[in-house]
Every structure is written in structure tokens, then in C-alpha cells.
Design a protein around this ligand. Structure first.
Ligand SMILES: [Zn+2]
Ligand SMILES: [Zn+2]
Length: 446
């Protein structure tokens, strides 16, 4: 068993290593722009560099990402081919290869299976994963819906065709300097701009949604990548054509796609539902599982952190519960006061209706809180299991001590959860008493 595991690890380590021979063109292209020292640079070269960066970034985000990987809109077959051709000018292989790997990323984000897991470090998620042999092939099984088109398979096999044409075009348009700056430099910057989505967008910025990965929202990355920086939004709602959810979340790719839809080039733009925008928000007390897992997977983990996080969680829940009870009781009290002081009080049936509404609201709240608490405990147990296995594999000497610490933590969490449940039951009782008063309230002048 141990031998198989280590043999597998060895094989994987080999696949993870840089393949220098096959990566040579990629590395070489980084140095070619320096030759411009001898050719000189014209303004035309510089503007072409900027233009080709922006246009090709659009093809990557709008087409490879939002169309081929996520199908957030539709278009006809000719348009689909032209757009895929435009995408392959970005020198990031064919649409099928790109989109299949990206689908894999969403399926396994931030787990050890993730193609460019940020947990393997900045170098790996930014660059390392494309320099090794492991991810060379197109994972056709993940992109069957598009792999059925022979013209896309052709582009995937001959992914060098469009870049070669573009490079030649640049040379013909402005000579060697134009090739070096307009094509080579622009391509290198474009690569690193795109890679930022896999690296920076998982490492810097804010998290709005409690996704199970480490994706973040970053204006800086959004500006570099034409809107892909709203990556936490995107992991929360990958089927949405727009990644900036609010007017201040600048998403140029979306604006351009919207404009294309006005002239009929694309259709069926998929927007996030209002309900989705509000779901699973960290500010509403949803457990930030992504960061929680990340800590464990990186084994940057201490039991003190674990306990602290659990107690923070339950404290936040208690607070949410407290404010819900307080505001509901206040609302009920206001209704009572209004009824007593009113010259023409509402009939009893109105109060029965209002009370029923409140009962419904309380039930929903209780249900969601109990569900969250349950989910949290499940995740904690899962994480504990992970830590236990990891310790047994990597540091057997500490296994017993770790097991003991884990048990202690689990006990603390159990205690906090019980306390929360008790408070919840008490609060529900109090609320129901208030509602009973409301229901029984007869008109004051009766
Ligand atoms: Zn991601
Ligand atoms: Zn995506």
C-alpha cells in the first residue's frame, strides 16, 4: 500500500516537473522582445501591442471562458468558429483544451485535483501547471458538447496556425520591431494577464460569497483582465455572462458582449437571478468554507485556530439570533401599541393574519439557522478527518496528541452548538408567546 502510494507520488512529481524542451517556445517568447533594442520601437508597434492585448484578452474571457467553458450565451456555428479562431490568436492553445481545463478547475477548485490549485503556491497556479506534462492533453470528456464540431477539433490540433498568421501579419505590417513588440511582447503580457485570474484572483481581494474555494473579487485584476477579477462572484455563479454584479464592478467583457447582442451577433445571455445574488453571502453569517478548507489543505493549521474559528462562528450565530428576536419582538410590540392607541383598530382577523406571517418568518429563520449549524458541524468533522489522515501519513509521532486535541475541539464545538440550540428554543418560545398575544388581540373598543 505504502509502496503504491509513494510510486504514484513519484510519477506525479515527474509529471509536475517543467518539460524544458516543450516549454522552450514559451520561455523564448519572453526574451524575444529584448531584441527590439537593436531594431528600435515605433509608436505603431506600441499601439499595436496595446490593441492586440485588449482584443485578444476579450477573446479569451468572452469566448474561451464565458462561452466555451461556461456556455453563458449562444451564437451560430459560423460565429462560434470565428470567435474560437480569434481566441486561438491569444496563443493559449485551442478552445477545447482551454475550456476543458477550466471546467476541471471549477469542478475541483482548490482541492489537490485542481489543475492550478493556489494551494500549491503562487508559482504553480500562475505558471507551473502549463510548463509540465501533466496538463498537455485536451480532456475531451469534459468538453463533449463542443468537441463534436470538427472545425473546433481542427483548431485544437493546429493551435499554432492562428498565432503564426498573426505573427506574420505583424511582421508584414511593420517589420521586425512590430513583430517583437506588437506580437511577442503583447502575447507575453497577455499570458500573464490571463494567468492572474488563476493566481491573483485566488490570492488577493475580498470574498463576498462563501464558496468552497478561495476565489476573490479584485478591481485590479478586473481591470487587467477585462472583468475576470470578480472571480468570487464568478465561482458563486459560473453560469452568469456578467461577472461584475453591480454597476461599480467594472466588467468590460460583459459590456462588449451586451453590445454584440444588440446587433444580433450573440443571443440568450444568461444573467444571475436576484435570488442568487443574495444567496450564500459571508456577511449574512454563511461559513466561509473555502478559506476554512484552504487552511486545512495547506496544513497551516493549529487547533487553537480551529477552536477560535468555531467559537467565532457560534458567536456570530448567537448575535444574528439575538438581533432577529429583538427586531421581531419590537415589531410585534409596535403593532400592539398601534392597536391600543388607534381610533379605528383593525379587526381581529387582521391580527391573526399578521401573526401567521410572523410564524412563517420565524420558522424560516429557525430552519435556516439549524441547517447552517448542522452543515458547519459536518464540515468540521470532515476537516477533522482530513487532518487526522494527514497527521497519520506525515507525522505519525504526533498522531496521538493530535487525536486528543481534535477530540477536545470537537467537544468544544458540540458544547457551543448545544448552547446555540438552547438559546434558539428559548427565543422561539418567547416569540410565539408574543404572537399568541397578537392573535388574541381583540379590537380595543370592542
Ligand atoms: Zn477560479
Ligand atoms: Zn470559470
Amino acid at each position: 500500500m505504502a509502496t503504491t502510494a509513494s510510486a504514484r507520488t513519484l510519477d506525479e512529481a515527474k509529471l509536475d516537473r517543467i518539460n524544458w524542451r516543450e516549454s522552450a517556445p514559451f520561455i523564448l517568447l519572453h526574451f524575444l522582445p529584448f531584441l527590439a533594442i537593436w531594431t528600435g520601437v515605433t509608436w505603431f508597434d506600441v499601439w499595436l501591442c496595446v490593441g492586440l492585448y485588449a482584443v485578444r484578452m476579450f477573446f479569451i474571457t468572452a469566448v474561451y471562458h464565458r462561452y466555451f467553458a461556461h456556455r453563458t450565451y449562444s451564437m451560430n456555428r459560423v460565429m462560434q468558429f470565428l470567435m474560437a479562431f480569434g481566441g486561438s490568436c491569444a496563443v493559449q492553445k485551442g478552445a477545447l483544451w482551454w475550456a476543458a481545463h477550466h471546467r476541471h478547475h471549477h469542478k475541483h477548485s482548490d482541492t489537490p485535483h485542481d489543475v492550478h490549485s493556489p494551494l500549491k503556491g503562487l508559482y504553480w497556479c500562475h505558471l507551473g501547471w502549463i510548463l509540465c506534462d501533466k496538463h498537455k492533453e485536451t480532456q475531451t470528456e469534459l468538453i463533449r458538447d463542443f468537441a463534436k464540431f470538427p472545425e473546433l477539433r481542427w483548431l485544437d490540433r493546429h493551435y499554432w496556425f492562428a498565432p503564426a498568421l498573426l505573427g506574420l501579419g505583424c511582421y508584414l505590417a511593420g517589420g521586425w520591431s512590430c513583430f517583437l513588440i506588437g506580437f511577442c511582447l503583447s502575447t507575453v503580457i497577455l499570458w500573464h494577464g490571463t494567468f492572474c485570474v488563476n493566481s491573483a484572483a485566488h490570492l488577493m481581494g475580498r470574498r463576498r460569497y462563501a464558496t468552497t474555494d478561495t476565489s476573490r473579487n479584485s478591481l485590479l485584476v478586473a481591470l487587467i483582465t477585462g472583468g475576470e477579477g470578480w472571480h468570487n462572484n464568478h465561482h458563486h455563479c459560473p453560469n452568469s455572462i456578467r461577472q461584475g454584479f453591480y454597476w461599480y464592478e467594472i466588467d468590460c467583457t460583459y459590456y462588449a458582449l451586451r453590445a454584440m447582442s444588440w446587433v444580433g451577433l450573440i443571443r440568450n445571455l444568461r444573467m444571475p437571478a436576484e435570488k442568487q445574488l443574495l444567496a450564500n453571502r459571508i456577511e449574512d453569517g454563511h461559513v466561509d468554507l473555502g478559506m476554512f478548507y484552504a487552511q486545512h489543505n495547506m496544513n497551516r493549521f493549529s487547533y487553537e485556530d480551529f477552536k477560535q474559528m468555531a467559537s467565532n462562528y457560534f458567536e456570530a450565530q448567537q448575535k444574528a439570533l439575538g438581533s432577529f428576536v429583538e427586531s421581531t419582538l419590537n415589531e410585534v410590540k409596535n403593532i400592539e401599541l398601534l392597536q391600543k392607541s388607534s381610533a379605528a383598530p383593525a379587526p381581529q382577523s387582521t391580527w391573526a393574519e399578521t401573526a401567521a406571517e410572523y410564524r412563517d418568518k420565524i420558522q424560516r429563520f429557525t430552519f435556516s439557522m439549524k441547517g447552517q449549524s448542522q452543515r458547519f458541524r459536518e464540515h468540521v468533522s470532515e476537516a477533522a478527518q482530513h487532518v487526522r489522515t494527514w497527521t497519520a501519513d506525515h507525522s505519525p509521532a504526533n498522531a496521538e496528541q493530535m487525536a486528543h486535541a481534535l477530540e477536545e475541539t470537537r467537544e468544544a464545538i458540540r458544547g457551543a452548538a448545544d448552547k446555540l440550540n438552547q438559546t434558539l428554543e428559548q427565543a422561539i418560545h418567547e416569540l410565539h408567546l408574543a404572537l399568541a398575544r397578537l392573535e388574541g388581540m381583540a379590537p380595543a373598543n370592542a
